[in-house]
Design a protein around this ligand. Structure first.
Ligand code: GAR
Length: 207
């Protein structure tokens, strides 16, 4: 059976990568297959998660490669080598230029830990998003899975889920609740949906 070939891009702990790997083991990612992990730094714990799951992990560091062009060229070469159909940004903290995103129209997904358009765009990533939500005093936050285009957190929204803020929340407790109640559920679901449409395209191409 045809499946979408998926690369997951990571920079940190990789709990969203883990949610995808678990969904795959549980038979919930039938239309896609995680065949590659791209890490922006060698020290990311996500790299260990990839190794444990037997998925090859390649490190492409913007800092080490010296320029955005060299960084993106290295990524593109790796993606071609693994014949990738779909890129999933799962806590990937490096910027991708418009030259790169233009080559992958509606083929890059991102998970963001807020209800876009709140607390998103430049400077809003990781814990900072939850710090901003708490200091604004909102009562509801959540997560969004969206396609990636040239605008930071600006691509078409696929899925969103609201999560309540509780009295006494810290950025850390809120981050954990948003992950558990929203991110880890939405991301595998969105990846399955987009993979299904990629499979349909592949089937059409091979007939
Ligand atoms: C997640 O909360 C993800 O939504 C966020 O970083 C965390 C990564 O955790 N991404 C962004 O803020 C992107 N703008 P993980 O490495 O454990 O998946």
């Amino acid at each position: 059976m045809l499946r979408a070939r998926i690369a997951v891009f990571v920079s940190g702990g990789g709990t969203n990568l883990q949610a995808l790997l678990d969904a795959q083991s549980a038979g919930k990612l039938t239309a896609g297959e995680i065949v590659l992990v791209v890490a922006s730094n060698a020290g990311a714990y996500a790299v260990e998660r990839a190794k444990k799951a037997g998925v090859p992990a390649v490190v492409c560091s913007r800092k080490e490669l010296g320029s955005q062009a060299a960084f993106e060229a290295a990524i593109s070469e790796t993606l071609a080598e693994y014949d990738i159909d779909l890129i999933v940004l799962a806590g990937f903290m490096s910027i991708l230029s418009q030259a790169f995103t233009d080559r992958w129209p509606e083929r890059i997904l991102n998970v963001h830990p807020s209800l876009i358009p709140s607390f998103c765009g430049q400077g809003y990533y990781g814990l900072r998003v939850h710090e901003a939500a708490l200091s604004r005093g909102v009562k509801v936050t959540g997560a969004t899975v969206h396609f990636v285009n040239e605008i930071p957190d600006g691509g078409r929204i696929l899925l969103q889920k609201a999560v309540a803020i509780e009295d006494g929340d810290t950025p850390e407790t809120l981050q954990r609740r948003v992950m558990e109640q929203a991110e880890w559920l939405l991301l595998p679901q969105a990846v399955q949906t987009v993979s299904e449409s990629i499979v349909k395209e592949k089937e059409y191409e091979t007939t």
